[in-house]
Design a protein around this ligand. Structure first.
Ligand code: G3P
Ligand code: MG
Length: 440
């Protein structure tokens, strides 16, 4: 795809691709809290956004957890200090297209809008392109009345969040979990992590650590066992979906409850000494080809770990979750959007009218709504509801496909008469006698 900025990784992703995230860390301290509150990276190479709270998701109360999930709907019931219900802000006002706009107005409006696309369930379904995607890309890449590019970014929870790279400066030895085969190792090494261990390395060292695991000779060949009796882990990073919940959960729990991240040890006070753990995203479900549609994904794995931690220690698992709907994801998106505006229009602004198009109310829509974006829910992914999602309604509406959403957004910002195809005949620069030129 051309004309696209991805909040992405340059490193190979374990299986899923790109994504973005938050979190910043600084000096290595003795507690998890210290990791989460320092802003500047020592090298200055990373775009880092400070976590608003240590080790706890910004959007925790809006995300799936064991005690239910409050939602945008519940937020609507909030009251201000005068005891009156707060009004729901209407989508930003803009001309409706009821009158023909001048060329100048159209250009200004085109430069003042942008799109943030979710990938899985909006542009792609599994490995297949959703048919309407191609036309959307053409339209935004300049196949429109003005021949103008309208910026867009991809905002996905699939893959390894780019800001997780920053953690490589603070953690020497990490357990990296998830993904097919050993791909997570390669992704982590490409990010600069120095001593990357995957669960299979540990199984190769001591198969009894996971009693039900059948370890094939093929897997063993590629494993890199070390003398883990002498290794101290600094953090656990969940990069992608686990392919072996039993083994991964056992090893993660062993490390979280260890003394100084050393396998085979048990902390007397695991709540106090808990090893830091990071998750690349919080989605509970993802779109699939299964007849029922969505299947459980990394959020389900995290919830299970949280429940295990609670059962074992009695405490709440301290963890950091990256990706949508975390606030830092959107701040990072702004930076990408800004650099894209500079490249396309040589302007240093962020468009005012941003449209998030997603398929998952619990991540795409909640996050976009909270960040003040226009939100569009499509029916090509996990959303299978009625007129709109009841808990987290998309403020710009629900559309059959991404193309319908983009056309509606363009009509709102540029006018209903705006033509969605380029044509020499309507180009006022080439045809000063055209009606558009007359308006000018
Ligand atoms: O839920 C994991 C992944 O499938 C989400 O991808 O592009 O929908 O954010 P995306
Ligand atoms: Mg999606």
């Amino acid at each position: 795809m051309k004309n696209v900025k991805q909040l992405s990784v340059n490193a190979p992703a374990p299986t899923e691709s790109l994504n973005t995230a938050n979190v910043s860390n600084g000096t290595k301290g003795s507690s998890h809290e210290e990791y989460a509150n320092i802003i500047i990276s020592p090298s200055g190479n990373n775009i880092e956004v400070p976590a608003s709270r240590s080790a706890v998701s910004d959007a925790e109360k809006l995300m799936h957890n064991l005690s239910g999930s409050p939602s945008m709907k519940h937020r609507r019931a909030s009251r201000n200090s005068f005891g009156a219900s707060l009004p729901i802000p209407a989508p930003r006002a803009s001309p409706t297209g009821a009158y023909p706009r001048s060329l100048k107005e159209k250009v200004a409006a085109a430069k003042n809008m942008a799109f943030a696309f979710d990938i899985d369930g909006v542009l792609l379904h599994g490995n297949n392109l959703i048919p309407e995607t191609s036309r959307v890309m053409e339209l935004l890449n300049g196949d429109n009345e003005l021949g103008i590019k309208i910026p867009y970014i991809l905002l996905t929870n699939g893959g390894v969040p780019h800001p997780m790279q920053a953690l490589s400066e603070y953690y020497e030895t990490v357990l990296v979990v998830g993904g097919e085969g050993y791909t997570a190792r390669f992704a982590a090494e490409a990010y600069g992590f120095r001593n990357v261990v995957v669960p299979k390395d540990i199984v190769a060292w001591d198969p009894s650590i996971s009693p039900w695991r059948h370890f094939t000779e093929e897997e063993r060949k590629e494993a890199r066992p070390q003398d883990f009796d002498r290794v101290n882990f600094d953090a656990v990073l969940v990069f992608a979906d686990s392919r072996d919940y039993a083994t991964d959960m056992q090893i993660i729990m062993d490390l979280l409850t260890s003394v100084d991240g050393r396998l085979g040890t048990r902390s007397k006070d695991p709540i106090k000494t808990q090893l830091p753990i990071y998750f690349s995203h919080g989605d509970l479900i993802m779109p699939t080809e299964h007849k029922l549609g969505p299947r459980l994904t990394q959020g389900a794995f995290r919830i299970a770990l949280e429940a295990q931690w609670k059962a074992i220690t009695g405490g709440e698992l301290e963890r950091v979750v990256y990706g949508k709907p975390e606030l830092a994801t959107y701040k990072y998106a702004d930076e990408v959007m800004r650099s894209w505006m500079k490249e396309i229009h040589n302007e240093h602004t962020i468009p005012e009218n941003i449209y998030m198009i997603g398929d998952n109310p619990q991540s795409d829509i909640i996050g976009g709504n909270m960040y003040g974006w226009n939100t569009c829910l499509v029916r090509t992914g996990v959303f299978q509801g009625g007129d709109n999602d009841e808990e987290n309604p998309a403020n710009f509406g629900v559309f059959p496909t991404v193309l319908d959403a983009v056309q509606a957004a363009v009509a709102k910002e540029l006018g209903h008469e705006f033509k969605l195809r380029w044509s020499d005949k309507v180009n006022p620069a080439l045809h000063p006698e055209s009606s558009l030129a007359a308006v000018e």
